[in-house]
Design a protein around this ligand. Structure first.
Ligand code: GAR
Length: 203
């Protein structure tokens, strides 16, 4: 059984899909040990509580974009106390730094709303739209020290339509996120994911 520590800053729809699929048995061999948010009133916390899961707000540093320093140590402490095997970034809007990555080597997994390495960073669906890309999508990847640059586990593409707004495109990407993030959790739980350099192999 792998124990997941889920970190999120927002709506928590990816977390919700994973939690539901664990509850129905569609994902086997994984459990959610703790859900942590850096945003006090983030919907993800209410959703986790509603599902009877351990949920907590843990403040992060004043730099809105990073998790480091004593607050990073606090995150590591809580994740360790909850015996977490994998740290799942489900809409966690901060860069995780060396301390957390060294505490959980190749065990931090992120979902990003673009076909990486295109459009790292914020509001990637909007970046794709503004750029005139014909394809957008999502990427699930191990986290390394760079920005959205770690080894890729899975990707799914969606078309960008002529009349898309940022909202309609993000919604189409999220449909794929909700399929593929749970699938990746299943693969991790089944021990079918290995990493060699940049290459992730699924057995
Ligand atoms: C998702 O679309 C995820 O890919 C994105 O935030 C959204 C969170 O939605 N993550 C990033 O942009 C990370 N850089 P959710 O809270 O409903 O799961």
């Amino acid at each position: 059984m792998i124990r997941l520590g889920v970190l999120g800053s927002g709506a928590g729809t990816n977390f919700e899909e994973i939690a539901k699929k664990i509850a129905t048995g569609e994902i086997k061999g994984a459990e959610i040990a703790v859900v942590i948010s850096d945003v006090k009133d983030a919907k993800i916390l209410g959703k986790a509580e509603g599902l009877g899961l351990k949920a907590m707000y843990l403040p992060a540093d004043d730099f809105k974009t990073k998790l480091e320093g004593p607050q990073e140590e606090e995150y590591i402490k809580v994740l360790r106390e909850n015996k977490v095997d994998y740290v799942i970034l489900a809409g966690f809007m901060r860069m995780v730094k060396k301390g957390l990555l060294e505490a959980f080597p190749m065990k931090v997994v992120n979902i990003h709303p673009a076909l990486l390495p295109a459009f790292p960073g914020l509001e990637s669906w909007k970046q794709a739209l503004d750029h005139g890309a014909k394809l957008a999508g999502c990427t699930i990847h191990f986290v390394d020290a760079g920005m959205d640059s770690g080894p890729i586990i899975a990707q799914a593409a969606v078309p960008v339509l002529d009349d898309d707004t940022p909202q309609t495109l993000h919604a189409r990407i999220q449909e794929q996120e909700h399929i593929w993030f749970p699938k990746v959790i299943s693969l991790l739980a089944e021990g079918r994911v290995s990493v060699e350099g940049r290459k992730v192999r699924i057995s």
